[in-house]
Design a binder for this molecule. Structure first.
Ligand code: TEU
Ligand code: CA
Length: 555
């Protein structure tokens, strides 16, 4: 197994809008990130991934790009960016940008041109179709954010495709000019010295020929079978890697939407020369049945173990993945998988122990290192995310749920949960900004904040640091062979990992009561423990506290 920097490195995702506001206009910015680089370095993370920082009308907070080679003015200038890049490198960290290449903004020059006439040279940069019967959309495809994926253009009498909002028209990758434009933009940033890209919804770039109707099988399956993994996706990715990525010491992380463990190898197996790694949605969506809000299931630990296992088995030594328990698209990990009340501190640490000992690159999201939690938005005016707002508006029409119910669902799963400003201290707006931020700060910032945790030996923050340091010194965390114990246990997650002579055992209690486990291994050292005590008797019987986790060195 090849030990490259991006396999061992820890990725820290920054959502710039919510990270730190340097000029007090209520919006996070690049200088705000520069101010916090020493903090980031102190966490022992290696790779900073910035969610989009390019010019954008912000219909979807930067995931709708109107100019791939300029900086969003709210975030700062190109000089600010260059300083950020240089200062990141000076500290021995890498910087990765978010490449949103499946679609752009309807305010991008390409789309403005394309709309002008059917024979405009940019027309073919997008997907245009004649109306179906009775002027209906050309097929039954649904947008990820509700409603039809087609928008009618009065002027030309045709529809264009948008798998996300109507302000995010899908680019037509069949057109070689589109591919060249994207590669040019990538080179622009790579030439400046950026270290690679996280690739937004990259499995969607190749559309199925003839745009066939989707079968009635549930949205997740439709994504897999109809939107993602199209006939030419691998050809495009090999071309992109060959022509661009491989010319630099750069890496690629795919957002693996619609990629299941059977399909994954085609994208990330080393011999495919496509992408370095992907993060899949099986863990992130393990309590979400078919898209956000409506059909959720309760958290099931055995199911989670099964998911981790099937991906491990699928990858083997052939491919590579990254592991995330949360990002800017999901509710907060401690609120979803742990207990954000009584056992907040313990469960946040325990979840991180699990995440950091899975095979693959560790991918953490801003604020999780201090255990930031979901927010309760009091009324719909406080909701900012387009996905949640579309769901709410749609529900006003269908009246499937009352307004209160709809808001409750948004509060449970909505993306704003992850996008509230980072809580730096207990001053106004959590120290993020003096001005009211674009999305309100979680009122619990007086208790949950970086400053308070800096001074506390026992804090989640200092536990993250300790763990990341230990992980760096022990390759077995990253590359070890896995052996599960008591797989069917619904409360305990127990496994051993070994790499050469190094062996660890991980014991995690997902329950809010005490649990017992009998260990037959001989323990040589307690590497990490989220409680001060470790209770084991002479027969190897371990008494675990609620949400206790231990990582042991064994012989
Ligand atoms: O997300 C793609 C994606 O599949 C999301 O729509 C995801 O399913 C949803 O947020 C979960 O509820 C990427 C970006 O990460 C997301 O922020 C963008 O909105 C989207 O692409 C469009 O660019
Ligand atoms: Ca600002």
């Amino acid at each position: 197994m090849e030990l490259s920097w991006f396999k061992k490195g820890t990725i820290y995702q920054i959502y710039p809008r919510s990270f730190n506001d340097s000029n007090n206009d209520g919006i996070g910015d690049l200088r705000g990130i520069i101010e916090k680089l020493d903090y980031l370095k102190s966490l022992h993370v290696d790779i900073l991934w910035l969610s989009p920082i390019f010019s954008s009308p912000n219909d979807d907070n930067g995931y709708d790009i109107s100019d791939y080679c300029s900086i969003m003015p709210e975030f700062g200038s190109m000089d600010d960016f260059e300083e950020l890049l240089e200062q990141t490198h000076q500290r021995g960290m890498r910087l990765v940008l978010d490449l949103v290449a499946n679609h752009c903004s309807d305010e991008h020059r390409w789309f403005e041109e394309a709309k002008k006439s059917k024979d405009n040279p940019y027309r073919d940069y997008f997907h245009w179709r004649k109306p179906g019967n009775d002027g209906e959309p050309p097929n039954n495809w649904k947008s990820f954010f509700g409603g039809s994926a087609w928008e009618f253009d009065e002027a030309s009498g045709e529809y264009y495709l948008h798998l996300f909002t109507r302000k995010q028209p899908d680019l037509n990758w069949e057109n070689p000019k589109v591919r060249q434009e994207i590669y040019e933009a990538m080179r622009f940033w790579l030439d400046k010295g950026v270290d690679g890209f996280r690739m937004d919804v990259i499995p969607l770039i190749s559309k199925r020929e003839g745009y066939p109707d989707a079968p009635n099988v549930g949205f997740r399956k439709v994504i897999e079978d109809v939107y993602a993994n199209g006939p030419r996706v691998h050809e495009y990715l090999r071309e992109m890697t060959e022509k661009v990525i491989s010319k630099y010491d750069a890496f690629s992380l795919a957002e693996g939407v619609g990629i299941n463990h059977h399909e994954a190898g085609l994208y990330v197996n080393h011999d495919r020369k496509e992408l370095n790694m992907l993060y899949h949605f099986d863990i992130l969506e393990c309590t979400i049945v078919n898209g956000k809000f409506e059909e959720s299931s309760v958290f099931d630990l055995v199911n989670m173990k099964r998911i981790f296992k099937r991906w491990r088995d699928a990858m083997g030594n052939k491919g590579w993945i990254a592991n995330a328990l949360g990002n800017h698209d999901f509710a907060r990990m401690v609120s979803r998988f742990g207990d954000d009340k009584k056992y907040w501190k313990q469960s946040a640490k325990m979840l991180f122990m699990m995440q950091a000992t899975q095979n693959g690159t560790l991918n953490i999201y801003q604020g999780d290192e201090i255990g930031m939690t979901n927010i309760t938005l009091e009324n719909v005016e406080e909701v900012k995310d387009v996905q949640s707002l579309n769901f709410y508006e749609d529900n006003l029409k269908t009246k499937r749920y009352s307004k209160e119910e709809a808001l409750q669902m948004i509060n449970k799963e909505g993306r704003d949960n992850a996008r509230t400003p980072v809580q730096w201290n207990d001053e106004i707006n959590g120290g993020f900004s003096i001005k009211a931020p674009w999305l309100k700060t979680n009122p619990n910032y007086d208790k949950i904040n970086v400053e308070r945790q800096e001074d506390d030996e026992d804090s989640i923050l200092n536990f993250y640091r300790k763990l990341l340091k230990v992980r760096k010194e022990n390759d077995v965390f990253v590359y070890g062979d896995f052996e599960e114990l008591d797989f069917g246990n619904p409360n305990l997650y127990i496994y051993k990992k070994s790499l050469g002579d190094d062996k660890i055992m991980v014991v995690l209690n997902f329950d809010d009561t005490g649990m017992v486990f009998n260990a037959s291994e001989s323990i040589s050292e307690i590497l990490l423990n989220n409680y001060s005590d470790f209770k084991i008797d002479n027969d190897g019987k371990i008494d675990l506290e609620p949400y206790q986790g231990v990582i042991l060195k064994i012989n």
